[in-house]
Design a protein around this ligand. Structure first.
Ligand code: NAP
Length: 280
């Protein structure tokens, strides 16, 4: 039986064991998945311990995603691009690092009828999650990506790192968000604004009024399932989706790496969604 887990600190809140064990059961895989609390200073020690304990792989959440990058024997193209690893496979004594967040968000956007191809997109935030999102929006053919962030220098650094044409870094003022929203057909919230127990709420959501009819608003947050941003966007008639789809799809792609199998993604995603809904 393959031993798998998620590492993080904290990790108790992680939904990965619930989702992964449900998908493992449905796919009939001979794996078991648990959660291990590993402090941010212990990433290297954990790798040794994981080998000794016979783990076949693990997912990583805060604060390990960046720490793992230089410790891998091989990195997938996305992990190398984002400088972040969320999935590690341990095979024949070697460490293979992947990042499934980007493919996860892209699949979730498409599933929500928010394919970014040919669209001007307004991204809110420029942290770790925004990096994967912005790279994938560009790769998927977004026409223009505006990255608005409270710390505008961070938005500038992200745009410079991605280095694609058709990107603009901007501030987070009401005026800027209104102007950018008027030009956009998709908004992706990658800030932690609205997340349960954290940074607070958007001070002003009037920029949503500037979006054209049929626009999409995607929030990476899934707790709460309906953020103030999504409620306001829905009330204005825009398409909305929360971050559950991204959470689910990044897990599906991670399980494909762990099991070295092409899974029925839609069936796996349905199993994960059902088990998540069952817990609410
Ligand atoms: P992060 O690296 O800490 O970035 C946080 C972002 O939020 C930064 O852009 C930060 O701006 C902004 N922010 C924080 N407080 C703010 C405030 N009061 N006003 C304006 N902006 C503020 O976090 P992350 O890892 O990118 O995660 C961001 C969100 O995505 C979290 O809610 C996380 O749960 C969610 N997420 C979801 C999934 C999923 O699977 N659905 C996956 C990953 C992340 P500054 O740069 O100015 O600080």
């Amino acid at each position: 039986m393959r031993k798998l887990c998620v590492i993080g600190d904290p990790v108790e809140h992680s939904l990965s064991p619930l989702i992964q064990n449900a998908m493992i059961g449905a796919a009939g895989l001979d794996c078991v998945y648990d959660a291990r609390r590993v402090a941010g200073t212990d990433t290297v020690r954990w790798l040794e311990q994981a080998k000794q304990e016979g783990y076949a792989g693990f997912n990583a959440t805060m604060p390990h995603k960046e720490h793992l990058v230089p410790l891998m024997d091989e990195l997938s193209p996305d992990a190398a691009l984002f400088r972040s690893v969320n999935t590690v496979c341990m095979k024949h004594g070697k460490l293979y690092g992947y990042n499934t967040d980007g493919d996860g968000v892209l699949q979730a956007l498409r599933e929500a009828d928010m394919d970014p191809a040919g669209k001007n997109v307004l991204v809110l935030g420029a942290g770790g999650a925004a990096k994967a999102v912005v790279y994938k929006l560009v790769e998927a053919g977004a026409t223009h990506v505006a990255v608005a962030n409270r710390t505008v220098e961070r938005a500038g650094a992200l745009c410079a790192q991605v280095g694609a044409k058709g990107m603009t870094a901007c501030d987070f003022s009401r005026e800027t968000l209104c102007r950018r929203a008027a030009q956009s057909r998709l908004v992706v919230n990658c800030t932690s604004l609205g997340m349960t127990g954290t940074a607070g709420q958007f001070e002003d959501l009037s920029f949503l009024e500037e979006l054209k009819p049929g626009a999409g608003v995607f929030d990476l947050i899934y707790s709460p399932t309906q953020t103030e941003l999504l409620k306001a966007a829905h009330a204005l008639g825009h398409k909305t989706a929360n971050g559950l789809g991204m959470l689910i799809w990044q897990a599906v792609f991670a399980l494909e790496h762990f099991s070295d199998t092409k899974l029925d993604g839609a069936a796996m995603a349905a199993v994960a969604r059902k088990v998540l809904e069952g817990r609410e």
